[in-house]
Structure formats: structure tokens, C-alpha cells
Design a protein around this ligand. Structure first.
Ligand code: DON
Length: 321
């Protein structure tokens, strides 16, 4: 970084100005207490609603974090991004998309709905993410399968060990009627690849949702996606550029559930949210941003998370169009 700074080649040359803006946005948005913590997973309802972190990591590794950026939270649906990337790396897009579509559903993230071919609409909603889990390393046993996903997150996050929230996992598993319904419905339609064990697949899906990261580490992972699959801190190529391109495309069109169209219109950047209040925003070729604030709006997106994105796009010309 020092060499690049000396040559005047930093991705964000005036990083201190960005830091000042992020500080201001954090201060302003903190006052926003709209929304409610997700309570359909009992253990998730116990997080402190007022937690708030913003973390930034550029593609050349300049970093800044503010607020609760060292506190771990569950990825929930943010895990769908990496799971999709892993399916692409293992099977290629043609095979993967024989089992999952790539159109926005226009409906809630756990809606019991499928496309005309009887497949999940896309990998960024629950049905599609359950499908991703069926496609990842079917030959491995449960422990190795989990390690395989956790290891991808670890590498994306700069080699930092990721956590796992067992009580959220157990709590979700016992209250997941909708996800079971999605799974059985897809099995009835013959959507899964041969050899899929539905209950193992669902269990694996719940485990992936309960992987924990801090905002600091999620921002590094987002920066790895911004950097076409190479972690800016370690130089480790975790995913191919093609895999990341597909993932960012679907994050742009489907990453914010039934708010995805509005998000694409106003923010214009690939993003993915989770019901834990996590939000991962990618500014391709520039930086990754993680926001964590558990209060959610009606679509299940973090209220403050969306507000932070809005304000960032207001002061920086990063909207794709
Ligand atoms: O399957 C579920 O319902 C949760 N584990 C994940 C949903 C989620 O994060 C959707 N987010 N907004």
C-alpha cells in the first residue's frame, strides 16, 4: 500500500475523505431506529437491536471500520452469495442453472413460488440457496462440507477464522417449516440433482446461514468480490473472475429480495442482505462495504444498511449507470 500511495496509484486516493464521510454517515444514520429485529428465528430476536457497524475495505487493502465492527453476527442470507460461487466453481454455470434460474422473483425471500420450469427463481432467495447447498460437494460428509464453505469465507476475509452460532442454527432448524416446505416442493418437482438427500441439504443450508463474521471481515470478503475474486490482503485467488461476475450480476438483480429493483434503481450496485441485519455491498474494482444493523424493514433488509448505501451513493459517484 505504501508503495502504491507513493506512486499515487491508490484505488481510493483520498481515503481520509472517505473515512470522514463514513464517520458522518454512521453518526447521522445511527439516529434512525425504524424497523424491527427479525423474530421468526427465536434466537436471532435476542441480538441487541441497536448494534451498528460500517466497515470498508478497498481492492488494495485500505480499511476503515466504525461502530460494532468487531462483533460477530450471523451471515444468514449473505451466505447465499458464496454458496452460489462455490456451485459455479464446482459445476460451471450451465449445470448450475439447470437447477436454479437467474431471474428476480419479485416476491419475498421465502415465498413458496417457482419459475415456469419448476425451479427456484434465483440463488439469492431461500429456495435457490437450498438448491446451491444440494450442489456443493455432495460427496463429502457433513463436517467436511461445512468446513469447505467456512474455508471459502475464511479465505475471502483475509484468512480470518470465521465463527458459527450454534444456538441460531438449532433455533432456525426447529422453526424452519417454510424452508422444509420449499425443499419438499422442489423435490416433488424433480428439481434437485441426483443423489440429493433433502434433510442433509436443509441442515447444511441452516449451518451456512449461521456462519458468523464481523463487519470488518465481511468488508474484506466484499472487497475480494470487488477485486474479481482475489483477496486484497492476502493475494489469494478464491474464485475465478467469471464466477464473481455471475455472482455480482445476480446480486445486482436479486440480492435485496423484493426490493432488488428499487435498490438497483437508486443504489445501482451489487449487494446482498440477510435477516441478521447484515448487508454486503460491492463497488466493483473499488471496494467492499459491510453494514450491520439488525433492525429490518418489511422486506427483511436492514433499515440502516439501506440508508448507509443511499448516502454513500449520494456523495460518491459509484452508481453503475
Ligand atoms: O432461511 C431463512 O429464512 C434464513 N436463514 C435466512 C433468510 C434471510 O436472511 C433472508 N434475508 N433477508
Amino acid at each position: 500500500i505504501i508503495e502504491r500511495a507513493a506512486r499515487g496509484e491508490l484505488a481510493v486516493p483520498d481515503f481520509p475523505a472517505l473515512v470522514a464521510d463514513v464517520r458522518r454517515i454512521h453518526r447521522e444514520v445511527r439516529a434512525d431506529v425504524r424497523g424491527a429485529v427479525a423474530d421468526y428465528i427465536p434466537q436471532l430476536a435476542r441480538v441487541e437491536a441497536d448494534r451498528f457497524a460500517i466497515s470498508v475495505c478497498t481492492v488494495d487493502g485500505q480499511r476503515f471500520s466504525i461502530g460494532d465492527a468487531g462483533v460477530r453476527f450471523c451471515l444468514q442470507s449473505v451466505s447465499k452469495t458464496v454458496n452460489y460461487c462455490l456451485t459455479l466453481e464446482e459445476h460451471g454455470p450451465d449445470t448450475v442453472h439447470r437447477h436454479v434460474g437467474r431471474e428476480p422473483s419479485g416476491q419475498g425471500f421465502n415465498e413458496l413460488t417457482f419459475n415456469k420450469a419448476g425451479l427456484p427463481h434465483n440463488p439469492m432467495i431461500n429456495a435457490g440457496a437450498i438448491m446451491s447447498c444440494a450442489l456443493i460437494q455432495q460427496g463429502l460428509d457433513a463436517a467436511d462440507r461445512f468446513d469447505f464453505v467456512a474455508d471459502a469465507w475464511r479465505r475471502l476475509a483475509g484468512g480470518r477464522a470465521v465463527g458459527f452460532n450454534n444456538s441460531v442454527y438449532l433455533s432456525e432448524r426447529t422453526t424452519a417449516d417454510r424452508n422444509f416446505a420449499l425443499g419438499y416442493s422442489m423435490r416433488e418437482r424433480g428439481a434437485f440433482p441426483p443423489g440429493t438427500d433433502l434433510l442433509d441439504t436443509l441442515d447444511f443450508y441452516f449451518q451456512c446461514c449461521s456462519i458468523e463474521l464481523t463487519a470488518r471481515h465481511l468488508a474484506i470478503a466484499a472487497a475480494s468480490l470487488a477485486n474479481a475474486g482475489v483477496c486484497p490482503l492476502t493475494g489469494d485467488r478464491v474464485f475465478s473472475a467469471g464466477t464473481v461476475r455471475h455472482c455480482l450480476s445476480l446480486m445486482s438483480s436479486c440480492g435485496m429480495y423484493d426490493f432488488s429493483g428499487e435498490f438497483a434503481f437508486t443504489i445501482g450496485l451489487p449487494a446482498k442482505s440477510g435477516v441478521s441485519g447484515a448487508l454486503m455491498l460491492v463497488v466493483p474494482q473499488l471496494m467492499g462495504i459491510a453494514v450491520w444493523s439488525p433492525r429490518l424493514d418489511a422486506q427483511g433488509n436492514s433499515v440502516r444498511g439501506i440508508e448507509v448505501c443511499r448516502r454513500l451513493v449520494d456523495c460518491y459517484n459509484v452508481h453503475t449507470y
